[in-house]
Ligand binder design. Structure first.
Ligand SMILES: *[C@@H]1O[C@H](CO)[C@@H](O)[C@H](O)[C@H]1NC(C)=O
Length: 304
């Protein structure tokens, strides 16, 4: 091997290494997201500490396609606002956005329950569900001046392909017409849940900006190494997606800050895979005055 060939090879290797390092480093982000408004705790946007150096997304929880009657009835894609709209009103959205230029506000579709009844994804047909969802979601987004939507159906009476088609067409319309500027999904590891989100990801993943994976739905006492393995499994499932890490402040499962959540975040950041952190939920964090919201945002803005 000639020395000039060797020199060229080393140069190529260096360029390759530095460009892949650059790409990896660029994948880390300062995105912090938090669900808010599901639990009737009178929590407001301004209760929550907001670090000016992060990208902050509030996610209003939830907008639901059910009636508020007793018992609640599915409405085939005709959504209404079921979060605490007294404390999280259109004027409060505009106030928090005006005072914090780094804040955007989204809403999440569906959730677990409405008035203690499970919320099912239950379309009468693809076309009718999509038509109703487009008009009701567009109306609510405009009324509250929202920036994004999150998909959090957790119970299903339709198959994965129907779910993928309904949600995919909704997301396509909302993005194509610039009704929202970002979208996310909130799956968790469960045999009755994942196939729906994976079908959606396969066909319409290019329309989904973030995967709010519910790592707090794993067992309590999850260790750092288990968490790192779960992260790799879900990164393979949602290949090419921005998988955000998460924990709950409601006493749910997963890897808690006390058990090493931020250690896991450091490892992911070293690997260039820390796409952001989200917390369920502001309502649950209010009583303790949001220590983990502060810590998460401090972590995201620290250089170590
Ligand atoms: C929330 O506010 C309402 C109206 O002011 C009050 O009746 C209710 O007790 C409050 N709930 C909590 C949990 O603070």
């Amino acid at each position: 091997m000639s020395s000039s060939y060797l020199f060229a090879s080393i140069l190529t290797l260096q360029i390759f290494l530095s460009s892949s390092f650059f790409q990896a480093a660029a994948e880390n982000s300062r995105l912090f997201r938090e669900y808010i408004g599901a639990e009737g705790k009178n929590v407001t946007f301004t209760d929550v500490p907001i670090n000016p150096a992060v990208d902050f997304h509030f996610i209003l929880s939830f907008t639901i396609d059910y009636t508020s009657s007793s018992p609640p009835r599915p409405t085939n894609g005709d959504f209404g606002a079921y979060w605490d709209t007294e404390n999280l009103s259109p004027s409060q959205v505009s106030y928090v956005k005006a005072h914090h230029p780094n804040v955007k506000v989204a809403m999440s579709l569906a959730g677990d329950t409405v008035n203690d009844h499970r919320v099912f994804f239950e379309p009468a047909s693809i076309n009718s569900w999509v038509r109703n969802a487009i008009s009701s979601i567009t109306r609510i987004v405009k009324e509250f001046d929202l920036d994004g939507i999150d998909i959090d159906y957790e119970h299903f009476s339709a198959d994965p392909d129907t779910f993928a088609e309904c949600i995919g067409r909704l997301l396509y319309y909302l993005k194509q017409n610039e009704i929202v500027s970002f979208t996310s999904i909130a799956p968790y590891e469960d045999d009755s849940v994942q196939p729906h989100y994976l079908a959606l990801w396969r066909k319409y993943g290019h329309l989904i900006d973030y995967v709010n994976f519910q790592f707090y739905a794993y067992k309590k006492g999850t260790t750092v190494s288990e968490f790192m393995r779960y992260f790799e499994i879900q990164s393979a499932n949602y290949y090419g997606g921005k998988i955000l890490v998460s924990f709950g402040t409601d006493g749910s499962g997963g890897l808690s800050p006390k058990n090493g959540f931020f250690r896991a975040c450091s490892m992911l950041r070293d690997q260039g895979k820390l796409h952001g952190i989200f917390i369920w939920s502001a309502d649950d964090s209010k009583e303790a005055n949001f220590p983990y919201e502060t810590q998460s945002q401090d972590f995201l803005t620290s250089m170590i």
